[in-house]
Design a protein around this ligand. Structure first.
Ligand SMILES: O=C(O)CCC(=O)C(=O)O
Ligand SMILES: [Fe+2]
Length: 211
């Protein structure tokens, strides 16, 4: 009897659609040098398991190759680009993009419109030190907002030209926003790890012309 009453409520909890916590008053800003900053909010997305399942299943993940010296090598992660207007694979991502656009409206002055997706299959997948400086972000201050799903990985940041690096743990449902001059004056990376980690999906929201 008690089991009959218990099961539906368990289902209600696990089947509840993913949702977002508030941004105002919750994001913690870390000012960096040269007018760069990072905002961090662990656990922004609730119900992230469901989102991760959908992303792993429905995103048409692609492997890329790039030329390194004179050989072609695999890019060590899978990718998919959702340009302006392309429907996102889970509705909570649209809600997230709109919430970010609204929260940063005064500071950013334009909406987040694209979503870059990366799948790190295990600890051997990574992205090396870089800034997102293709396009307008090479010259102007902007923002890149990252929502992370799946196995926790470290986001490393270091000033261009040398200096101490910082690390932000990116766990299931966490939000990190790189802002100000961050893409031009700092670099970021997701290093490989020998720890036994599972899949991680990173969703990066950017304004138009930033990549
Ligand atoms: O995996 C991440 O969260 C960062 C990805 C990244 O920096 C990029 O794709 O430009
Ligand atoms: Fe990046």
């Amino acid at each position: 009897m008690s089991q009959v009453a218990y099961q539906p409520s368990m289902l209600d909890v696990t089947d509840a659609p993913p949702s977002l916590g508030p941004l105002s008053g919750q994001l913690r800003r870390h000012p960096l040098s040269h007018g760069a900053w990072v905002d961090h909010l662990p656990g922004w997305v609730h119900g992230s398991d469901q989102v991760l399942d959908v992303l792993l299943r429905d995103v048409p993940w692609r492997a890329e190759r790039r030329t390194m010296y004179d050989t072609e090598v695999d890019v060590p992660r899978l990718l998919c680009w959702y340009g302006t207007g392309r429907p996102l694979p889970h509705p909570v991502l649209l809600t997230a993009r709109e919430a970010l656009t609204q929260h940063y409206a005064d500071e950013l002055g334009e909406p987040f419109v694209t979503a870059g997706m990366c799948l790190y299959r295990d600890g051997r997948d990574s992205v090396t030190w870089h800034g997102d400086t293709q396009g307008r972000s090479a010259h102007i201050d902007t923002m890149v907002a990252i929502v992370s799903f799946g196995s926790p990985r470290q986001l490393l940041l270091r000033p261009r030209g040398g200096g101490t690096s910082l690390r932000f743990p990116l766990g299931h449902g966490d939000l990190v926003v790189m802002g100000g001059s961050c893409q031009r004056t700092w670099e970021h990376a997701i290093p490989k790890t020998t720890r036994p980690v599972g899949s991680r999906v990173s969703v990066q929201f950017r304004p138009t012309g930033v990549a």
